[in-house]
Design a protein around this ligand. Structure first.
Ligand SMILES: Cc1cc2nc3c(=O)[nH]c(=O)nc-3n(C[C@H](O)[C@H](O)[C@H](O)COP(=O)(O)OP(=O)(O)OC[C@H]3O[C@@H](n4cnc5c(N)ncnc54)[C@H](O)[C@@H]3O)c2cc1C
Length: 369
């Protein structure tokens, strides 16, 4: 079976790996660059049981286990996989905790609880993980093509898609998967899909060397103007420390290369980082970036067959847990496409048919190209 995957983010690359490992012929078509969007600019934090009590629990637990298994079998040091301790705390410009709670933090931060241990929390470098999944897929024969998907090939009223249009050329396949993150909304004129929307987040990457131990941190931090930000700090195995905060909802640019930080957001994030840690205060910044989480109307991903079609599928809308949930999504989708049923995850709760299709005449993107 020849499967065409639209989008080379963590979801497309993970699906490519699980399909190719089972012997399918796979082609990933990526518009801009592998992991060029959220899959390359996210935190890469993984948690075993933080989705407990929600429909995501099974997917998250299966993914957490698969991350460990993939790291063991494919060499996870290449993508910075490691277990780590995780803490929660609070602070602010006017806060004085006395002694620093952890040696790398300033007195402006208090650590109030342990949120996870090496048993329950872990991390990857998301860009390297996505690249490794694609590379592993390629070693099983998958292909990666740089090009823009601009349409689907389907006869009027037919229940089957014959292929996709890539930069004006028809590429045929037996099955098609939309995995374009927030840009999956661009597929709504071609397929009856629910809406997927983009929620923007900003982040910085500091070169901290060996000065920050394997301790992830989730904070509530009061700014001098009284606004409370919720920064997440993830020291990585490669000697960098990732910090994200400040969400916003500007329109999604049509082209992923046009995603840029909001005016002033990076400066604000940088000032906060320098206040909450002397290590960050002296560390060079190696990346200043923004990206969009793909979110759906009910907050759950779309994983399954496109309603009314026999061989078109969608895998997107993973919101804040796309890096965590990519492996089990890829494995379950591969089973669904090749066997007609997922053996590992009950996909009924993520069925795209639960939400009404988006009306494509309402498409409004922050288009610049
Ligand atoms: C600030 C921030 C921090 C995050 N931290 C974490 C975290 O710690 N842990 C976690 O699990 N998750 C985290 N996430 C969420 C996670 O990053 C996303 O859920 C995940 O990356 C989404 O992956 P994706 O493959 O669906 O989409 P994307 O990464 O957006 O990939 C979609 C791809 O499709 C391509 N594309 C678009 N249009 C076309 C087209 N027409 N033709 C071909 N290709 C196209 C794009 O170029 C892009 O490469 C975070 C997100 C943000 C924003």
């Amino acid at each position: 079976m020849r499967v065409l995957i639209c989008g080379g983010g963590v979801i497309g690359a993970s699906l490519a790996y699980f399909l190719a490992r089972r012997g399918a012929e796979v082609l990933v078509v990526e518009r801009t660059g592998l992991a060029c969007a959220a899959s390359g600019k996210s935190g890469g934090f993984l948690a075993l049981d933080w989705c407990e009590g929600t429909p995501l629990d099974g997917l998250a637990r299966a993914s957490f286990a698969l991350h460990a298994e993939l790291a063991g079998t494919l060499g996870g040091e290449a993508w910075g996989y490691r277990r780590l301790d995780t803490y929660g705390g609070y602070g602010g410009a006017g806060h004085d905790a006395g002694e620093p709670a952890l040696p790398w933090l300033s007195r402006r931060v208090s650590v109030s609880r342990r949120l996870g241990t090496a048993r329950s929390t872990a991390q990857v470098d998301p860009a390297a993980f996505t690249a490794a999944m694609m590379h592993a897929a390629q070693s099983h024969g998958a292909g990666l093509h740089l090009g823009q998907v601009t349409g689907m090939v389907r006869e009027e009223g037919a229940a089957e898609v014959r292929g996709i249009v890539v930069d004006g050329e028809v590429v045929t396949g037996d099955a098609v998967v939309v995995a374009m993150g927030p840009w999956s909304i661009l597929a709504t004129p071609w397929l009856p899909l629910p809406g997927v929307f983009g929620l923007k987040g900003h982040s910085l990457l500091f070169a901290t060397g060996a000065d920050v131990p394997a301790q992830a941190l989730f904070l509530e931090y009061e700014e001098p103007d009284g606004e409370v930000l919720t920064p997440e700090l993830f020291p990585r195995r490669d000697g960098t420390t990732y910090v994200c905060a400040i969400s916003s909802e500007p329109p999604l640019p049509l082209d992923p290369v046009d995603v840029a930080p909001d005016p002033g957001a990076i400066e604000r994030l940088e000032a906060m980082c320098r206040a909450l840690s002397p290590v960050l205060a002296r560390a060079p910044v190696v990346a200043r970036q923004a990206c969009y989480r793909p979110v759906t109307r009910d907050g759950l991903p779309l994983i399954g067959r496109v309603p009314g079609l026999d061989n078109a599928y969608v895998a997107t809308g993973h919101s804040v847990w796309g890096i965590l949930n990519a492996p089990a999504t890829g494995q379950a989708m591969a089973d669904l496409i090749l066997d007609g049923v997922s053996r590992t995850i009950d996909l009924a709760q993520f069925d795209p048919a639960r939400l009404r299709p988006f009306d494509p005449t309402r498409l409004q993107l922050g288009s610049t190209r």
